[in-house]
Design a protein around this ligand. Structure first.
Ligand SMILES: Nc1ncnc2c1ncn2[C@@H]1O[C@H](COP(=O)(O)OP(=O)(O)O)[C@@H](O)[C@H]1O
Ligand SMILES: [Mg+2]
Length: 222
């Protein structure tokens, strides 16, 4: 469970202060499947980064399973992120010098898991996103949509408890978008994985169980 308590993030830009996230509080139960909607600049990416402990808040905090994440040491926070969460960033962020399978295995580098098992799992995930034949390809040899699907597959390699996804289907056609939504939903059902999905797609948002809207840093029930 994630508890967000009076969360704030301010940016000071030459005398002017922007409240990117403005006094946001809410609770997400394990296994929730939710969407965050909102215009560009409303604070969605900043909120996701705060939820995942990537950005330190200016005020308030985030508790995960009762633990205030900002009371942890840097190493403990990294370990918590590595064990419990995964990110799908807004722009597919594959490492250009690694092939697809090595990109998929990237989040496991800090883990201590059996590598043959992980390799098999990576291939299965690749098959799930329809790219079984691209294991040895490099990102530059893939289309934008294919790179996006690799980035989505990568989010599931560590079997995270929470997936934080920033516009995960932004550059996919409708059919592929639906396949990815179906994949998210099956992970949600089978493993009780929590999903927090930032999206402009009403098609995607309409298939979630709970929708919140961000407006100028504030979050409300949509
Ligand atoms: N690192 C930063 N430094 C200064 N301002 C930022 C930074 N990151 C975001 N902002 C500002 O915070 C606001 C929210 O940005 P963001 O979270 O990226 O919105 P969204 O993802 O909804 O488009 C915007 O006004 C943006 O310009
Ligand atoms: Mg954004």
């Amino acid at each position: 469970m994630i508890e967000v308590i009076n969360l704030e993030k301010r940016y000071d830009l030459g005398g002017e202060t922007i409240k990117a996230v403005d006094n946001v509080s809410f609770t997400i139960d394990q296994g929730e499947f939710m969407a965050i909607l909102g215009h560009s600049g409303s604070g969605k990416t900043t909120l996701l980064n705060l939820l995942g402990g990537l950005t330190r808040p200016s005020g308030g905090t985030v508790r995960i399973d009762g633990q205030d994440i900002w009371e942890l040491s840097d190493n403990q926070l990294s370990a918590l992120r590595n064990e419990k969460m995964n990110f799908i960033f807004q722009f597919a962020s594959l490492i250009p010098t690694l092939n697809v399978i090595d990109n998929l295995l990237l989040p496991t580098v800090f883990g201590r898991k059996n590598s043959a098992e992980l390799h098999g799992r990576a291939l299965e995930l690749l098959d799930t996103v329809g790219l079984a034949d691209k294991a040895k390809a490099y990102p530059s040899q893939l289309s934008g949509g294919q790179q996006r699907r690799v980035a989505i597959a990568r989010a599931f390699i560590n079997q995270p408890m929470v997936v934080l996804a920033d516009e995960p289907t932004g550059d996919l056609d409708e059919e592929t978008e639906q396949e990815m939504i179906d994949l998210f939903r099956s992970m949600n059902k089978e493993h009780n994985t929590t999903f927090i999905i930032v999206t402009h797609s009403s098609h995607l948002a309409g298939q979630t169980d709970r929708q919140m809207r961000m407006t100028a840093g504030r979050l409300e029930q949509a």
